[in-house]
Design a protein. Structure first.
Length: 551
């Protein structure tokens, strides 16, 4: 249940959209070809829908809904939609607010009086991820099958996180928070007396005719339900088990792609909530210190191909999804997939399709050979507003590191242009300013807009690795069980590597007796010992902690 893991009152149109335009000539052939390039015919795949002006103009499918039976993905195939669920949960709350049943400024204590510190948390803070509540999916050691593969009532699920220390005070900081949306579900139940998903079905799905949108706890009875897959050590395997009461109002809904197109058209054209509430739903979140987070209520504004867009993705065991609405073209697109570990992200496939549909396709950059002499003049640290990127040659490979995060290989496209390969839309061009200093002109996510990074100095010398004895290194070797599969630690001489199921093996660099960095992915690894015996490891990346218990 990530982010990049969810009819009441009368309303007027909420988005000013230009009249829909016909898709560019040859679009279907291009879209079909892109799906074929991105997904194998005999493996997990995708279902895509595109609408313009509320009319479906393209549907495409690729791959198998179930590999064992060779059942293909069709337009009727149902998928877990993960955190796209949050849009529906937020809309249900906004409907209740529009009907006068609650206020966004209300304290949570008005509806859940027994929840800790509920008097300091508002309904709006639950919706925009500023409640300060501990997200249960980030509790070290919690996302293991012993916890995820069993049923919970809303109260039982809340009990799993309600007494956890709060990462921040309510309203103080933004942190993507699945617990917040579990509480949104509890709020809906407290106000209406209905299960949160039943309220969504009654107030949204049935009026709109969304035949497949429902709570994932019912998925065993759905004939067209896709099977979810992940990467194992030797290839594709069935995804980790999860009872769909676990994602709750944060990510438990299932649907076919076509129903999401109906939903997107209704939401963005004033058929779900009144215009003032819709405006709040899609607006960025402003924090007390002046920081602005590009996230509203279960949905997020973003720039796209020179215009504004609104979207949200979802990820849950075995499935990944994404959706985007472009007001200027009145275009909606959704993609649903039945693998949580595809080689190419569903979001990138979706954005490529949307760009082609808009007549603004992303540049296709070639990969050409280059010499060290060609790139050496541009090596160094480049300072951007809000961060730095370091261009260097690592083990003979041209690479870019963002801040202190992951190191990514880059490829030359010629004419001083560089890109990150087939799995990333971003690219950059090396220039020189009036003084002759190198400048990095960065095109984030392939956008035409340029962000400039100014050369700030040469590549810093790397400090020597911490010396860890051979005996200590050897004690870390073994297999560890994590919520996303096995993690294998291998020690050969003075070299220690880590490999997660379905991923390459990465070298670890010691920065302390039990602490290591994984430069290639911008992560850290910490080994945990009790009474001198190594019992676990923790993989820290992007503010999240992935625990692993030693087998």
């Amino acid at each position: 249940m990530r982010r990049g893991f969810l009819v009441g009152a009368a309303a007027v149109a909420c988005v000013s959209a230009t009249p829909a335009m016909a898709l560019p000539s040859g679009f279907k052939a291009k879209a079909d070809a892109l799906l074929a390039q991105s997904y194998a015919a005999d493996g997990p795949g995708a279902s895509v829908v595109i609408s313009e002006g509320g009319k479906v103009v393209y549907q495409g499918q690729r791959g198998l809904a179930d590999i064992a039976s060779k059942r293909p993905i069709t337009a009727a195939t149902v998928f877990r939609i993960g955190s796209i669920t949050k849009q529906f949960s937020a809309a249900a709350v906004l409907q209740l607010a529009a009907e006068g049943n609650l206020k966004l400024s209300d304290p949570l204590s008005r509806y859940l009086p027994n929840y800790p510190n509920a008097a300091a948390i508002t309904v709006q803070q639950l919706l925009n991820h500023t409640s300060g509540v501990q997200s249960y999916t980030s509790i070290p050691g919690w996302m293991v099958e012993a916890n995820t593969n069993k049923a919970y009532t809303t109260e039982q699920l809340i009990a799993e996180f309600k007494d956890q220390p709060a990462p921040s005070k309510p309203g103080e900081a933004w942190n993507y928070n699945n617990s917040g949306y579990v509480l949104v579900g509890a709020l809906i139940e407290a106000v209406t007396g209905n299960r949160w998903s039943d309220q969504i079905v009654m107030q949204i799905a049935k009026p709109l005719g969304l035949a497949t949108l429902r709570d994932g706890v019912e998925e065993a009875s759905i004939a067209d339900m896709a099977t979810g897959y992940t990467k194992g050590e030797t290839g594709l395997i069935l995804a980790n088990k999860i009872h769909m009461s676990v994602p709750a109002a944060a990510g438990a809904l299932v649907a076919k792609a076509g129903d999401l197109a109906i939903w997107g058209n209704a939401l963005h054209h004033g058929k779900i909530i009144p215009a003032p509430y819709y405006a709040q739903m899609i607006a960025p979140t402003k924090l007390p210190g002046g920081q602005v987070e590009q996230y509203g209520f279960g949905i997020a504004p973003e720039p796209f191909r020179g215009t504004s867009a609104i979207g949200h993705g979802g990820g849950i065991f075995g499935f990944a999804s994404d959706s985007l609405y472009v007001p200027s073209n009145d275009l909606f697109i959704a993609i649903l997939t039945n693998s949580d570990s595809a080689e190419i992200s569903q979001g990138m496939v979706m954005r490529k399709l949307a760009a082609i549909a808009m007549g603004k396709p992303f540049a296709v950059l070639p990969t050409v050979a280059y010499t060290t002499n060609e790139v050496e003049p541009y090596l160094g640290v480049y300072k951007f507003d809000g961060g730095v990127r370091t261009v260097s040659i690592v083990d003979g490979t041209l690479s870019v590191k963002r801040d202190e995060g992951r190191v990514s290989e880059v490829f030359s496209a010629g004419t001083k242009r560089f890109h990150y390969g087939a799995s990333d839309l971003s690219w950059f061009e090396m220039r020189r300013d009036a003084a002759g200093k190198p400048v990095m002109a960065f095109h984030r996510d392939g956008d035409d807009a340029v962000t400039l990074g100014i050369w700030a100095g040469p590549v810093p010398l790397e400090a020597a690795a911490f010396a860890v004895s051979a005996a200590v290194l050897t004690s870390y070797a073994g297999t560890y069980s994590t919520p996303i599969g096995k993690a294998k630690v291998v020690v050969e001489g003075a070299t220690i590597t880590l490999q997660l199921a379905g991923q390459p093996s990465f070298p670890l660099r010691a920065v302390g007796p039990a602490d290591f960095t994984v430069a290639a992915v911008g992560a850290k690894v910490r080994f945990v010992s009790i009474a001198g015996k190594v019992t676990a490891l923790e993989i820290l990346q992007g503010g999240q902690t992935l625990p692993g218990t030693r087998d």
